[in-house]
Design a protein around this ligand. Structure first.
Ligand SMILES: Cc1cc2nc3c(=O)[nH]c(=O)nc-3n(C[C@H](O)[C@H](O)[C@H](O)COP(=O)(O)OP(=O)(O)OC[C@H]3O[C@@H](n4cnc5c(N)ncnc54)[C@H](O)[C@@H]3O)c2cc1C
Length: 482
């Protein structure tokens, strides 16, 4: 598959030494590339599949301080994430919507209403008075009006507070677009195979997955931002604990929610989030040691999520046949000493060696910008560059014209124009790049396979596919659908 932008990117990556090479095109890698490029570093980023292919397109899509972490006493983490939630709202308003969240409370659970009332007040304060909305309490009658059909057995009321809804994959893509506009060079479907220190630099062996060619890149610093893949490199000093999280999508006509609902299952908190004409529900949290490429939804994941939902909304009585789509992702957590997956800290770890190798793991979508800032600060110091002010918290990712009609939380209408935009300006290479990550049409539309056929035709026009490639692409997409 010959794509001129890839030829140019691979040439630029290998033509002269980089200051910093980022491995991994998830939200963390994207954030680092943007910050580094904005501070004038010669920056490259490579991703083994499509940008955001890993965990960063499979999250709960919440910008949140973490009401659960508050209960666990991780006040520092909640404060950090709360401020970052407001910063992302400022720099990417097209990808942040205020999301009212209702947390019903029941007698005899570890989540009493008095405790949560205090918690949500603290939550508001954590945003320094800039939260996306003000929290409140609801009594049983008010809750029944707002959440018709909610289980009333043992109900004591609810609290209502605000987090942000986003689209994780779009946030990655727009962050990468921003990085490129500041001079970063990026390439997808390019896997870092080997990294070796030689003299004062790193010599990197990159495999172009599409052309099956090796490219050599030289860089002063290398950032291992490969999330759940973080322990794959010999020079990596990091170890992680992987857990799987599953979400499912149902029709909003079946589960009529105007606001997000937080549901508890023992000490775990799950959420049901309205998303246009759909609602998605998540998440499970179970240890995972399978192949990262093969993480998928099992029947018991669906059963678990439906069990919790049906306990909260018994009259709705959802069954597996109501499930339109699912997605499964892997969290890369700091390896705490044992304990249930939900108890493991979501704070991030960053390690920089004296040789210019940086490992990063853990953290959240919400805190990606702060993680990037901390890492680029360290790199600037290590490179001996003059300290430069980080501007990622104040400068918008992209201007309004660049995002109009192509980047939003609810997928754009299906059209030839948007597909052409993704092929020409957003590095779409395969049909699933557009269906699954650029637009989310895959998760949103009942007739996604028909949509995919139209999209494949338009992509064929843009990318010069012949009938065989078009058929292969549809077959590849069907595999995703299955
Ligand atoms: C179920 C679930 C729900 C979540 N919900 C939320 C939420 O609501 N809010 C929130 O703030 N956070 C949430 N998170 C956490 C958040 O999604 C992650 O912290 C974040 O996406 C991690 O980003 P990353 O860039 O570190 O990893 P990834 O997105 O996985 O990116 C790493 C990338 O590196 C690439 N890669 C690996 N090896 C190589 C190589 N050799 N060469 C080139 N590229 C390579 C991979 O293909 C991958 O794309 C959730 C996580 C999960 C799993």
């Amino acid at each position: 598959m010959h794509l001129q932008w890839r030829v140019n990117a691979l040439d630029a990556l290998s033509s002269e030494p980089l200051d910093v090479l980022v491995i991994g095109g998830g939200i963390v890698g994207a954030g680092i590339a943007r910050d580094a490029a904005m501070r004038g570093l010669r920056t490259g980023l490579t991703e083994q599949y499509d940008f955001s292919w890993g965990t960063s397109s499979r999250s709960s899509r919440l910008l949140h301080g973490g009401i659960r972490y508050l209960a666990q006493g991780h006040l520092g983490l909640v404060r950090q994430a709360s401020l970052e939630k407001c910063i992302v709202h400022h720099i990417a308003p097209h990808l942040t919507a205020a999301l009212p969240c209702i947390f019903p409370t029941y007698r005899g659970t570890p989540w009493p209403r008095w405790k949560l009332r205090m918690g949500v007040k603290i939550y508001d304060l954590m945003c320094s008075g800039r939260n996306l909305g003000r929290s409140s309490k609801l009594d049983v009658e008010q809750l029944k009006t707002r959440l018709p059909g909610v289980n009333v057995a043992g109900l004591t009321g609810a609290v209502r507070y605000f987090d942000g809804a986003t689209d994780d994959a779009r946030l990655v893509l727009d962050t990468i677009r921003s990085a490129v506009s500041h001079g970063a060079v990026v390439c997808s479907y390019a896997r870092m195979e080997e990294v070796e220190r030689s003299g004062s630099r790193w010599q990197c062996r990159l495999l172009d997955i599409l052309e099956h060619r090796i490219h050599r890149i030289t860089a002063s610093c290398v950032v291992n931002a490969t999330g759940p893949w973080a322990d794959q490199f010999r020079c990596s000093q990091i170890s992680i604990r992987s857990t799987k999280g599953v979400h499912l999508v149902v029709d909003r006509s079946r589960l009529q929610l105007d606001e997000a609902v937080m549901m508890t299952e023992r000490r775990r908190v799950l959420c049901a989030v309205p998303w246009g004409e759909r609602v998605y529900v998540g998440t499970t949290d179970t240890d995972y040691d399978g192949r990262l490429e093969h993480v998928c939804t099992e029947a018991e994941d669906v059963q678990y999520l439906l069990m919790v939902l049906n306990r909260y909304f018994p009259a709705v009585d959802l069954t597996p046949s109501d499930v339109l789509r699912t997605w499964a992702g892997v969290r890369a957590l700091a390896p705490d000493a044992g304990g249930a997956p939900s108890d493991v800290s979501r704070s991030h770890q960053v390690q920089m060696g004296s040789d210019g190798w940086v490992d990063v793991a853990g953290g959240k979508l919400t805190t990606y910008r702060l993680m990037a800032q901390q890492i680029v600060d360290m790199i600037m110091l290590w490179l001996g560059r003059e300290r430069q002010h980080c501007r990622t918290a104040t400068e918008p990712l992209l201007d309004g014209v660049a995002v109009e009609g192509v980047s939003s939380i609810i997928p754009p209408p299906v059209s030839r124009e948007v597909v052409a935009h993704y092929c020409q300006h957003e590095w779409a290479v395969n049909l699933d790049d557009v269906m699954v990550r650029r637009t989310r049409w895959h998760y949103y539309h009942h007739d996604a396979h028909h949509v995919a056929e139209r999209v494949a035709q338009w992509m064929a026009g843009c990318l010069g596919w012949d009938a065989t490639v078009q058929a292969d692409q549809i077959a590849r997409y069907r595999q995703v659908l299955d």
